[in-house]
Write a protein that binds this ligand. Structure first.
Ligand SMILES: O=C1O[C@H](COP(=O)(O)O)[C@@H](O)[C@H](O)[C@H]1O
Length: 256
């Protein structure tokens, strides 16, 4: 399958990332709402949510047409601080007018297996009723995926030494021993991430600088090299754009 190149945007500060990202997202929102009447957006948790603060200020976004999904979620009640839903709700969703019925949070009080099965079944219903298109290799296509990265290069809940990142069939999988607490999580898989029309890798701060250096210098590695999860973000037909601040790029020597 043809892979597209990546675009790398560098900014002086995280504030500049927040401003530019908000403009890009509002442009995509307008484009897809005009084309098909709604906009499907997948949110990560973590620092990404705070970087969406400038988006909240946009006056020209038709929030009523947004449909929200979660890239990964911790299998905890939606009301506790560990929940990505709660983080997103407090920091973003509660401040804009997205209908509650358009927010796909995970099922509560079930096991990680059941939560993953349930989320995948709900995505399949959205494919069946044609809300989500299907890629040629059979994965749902979202308009925009907003992806954060942990300091050791994980994305979603797809971690370095854990087999979930090699999943090729499931849309949603689960992990019961996440190296980053809380242990139990569900996550979209790489084939789903890579089927998206637009992937924004939003990566800021000094603590991610080592992983950024590895990720952006991938071709310099030896043949026995195992890629970081973030290096498996590679859209099949869509666009990948990195939004990086100076701190995230601080370990790069000769540019990327
Ligand atoms: O555990 C998680 O970590 C990643 C990265 O988070 P950050 O705080 O280092 O930005 C996040 O993207 C993911 O959604 C979350 O569950």
């Amino acid at each position: 399958m043809a892979r597209v190149g990546k675009k790398i945007l560098e900014f002086d500060s995280e504030q500049d990332v927040a401003v530019d990202l908000s403009t890009k997202i509002s442009e995509l929102s307008a484009k897809y709402i005009k084309e098909k009447g709604y906009f499907t957006v997948v949110l990560s948790g973590g620092t990404l949510i705070d970087t969406l603060r400038k988006l909240v200020e946009k006056r020209d976004v038709d929030w009523s047409k947004w449909i929200i999904f979660f890239l990964d979620e911790r299998v905890v009640p939606l009301t506790v601080p560990d929940s990505n839903y709660k983080l997103a709700y407090d920091g973003f969703l509660s401040k804009v007018g997205i209908p509650k019925s358009n927010i796909y949070s995970i099922k509560e009080k079930v096991t990680p297996e059941e939560a993953a099965d349930d989320y995948e079944a709900r995505l399949k219903q959205l494919v069946a009723n044609k809300t989500l298109p299907l890629s040629p290799n059979g994965f749902p296509i979202f308009d925009l995926m907003l992806v954060g990265m942990g300091p050791e290069g994980h994305v979603a809940s797809l971690f370095c030494w854990h087999f979930q990142r090699y999943e090729t069939q499931r849309w949603i999988t689960f992990i019961k021993a996440s190296p980053k607490p809380p242990a139990e999580r569900i996550t979209m898989t790489f084939p789903v991430i890579n089927a998206s029309k637009h992937i924004a890798m939003v990566v800021t701060g000094k603590e991610v600088a080592d992983a950024v250096k590895v990720a952006l210098h991938e071709s310099d590695r030896g043949f026995a090299y195992i890629p970081l999860p973030v290096q498996m973000v590679s859209p099949t037909n869509g666009e990948l754009t990195w939004y990086l601040d100076k701190d995230a790029l601080s370990k790069m020597q000769g540019g990327h």
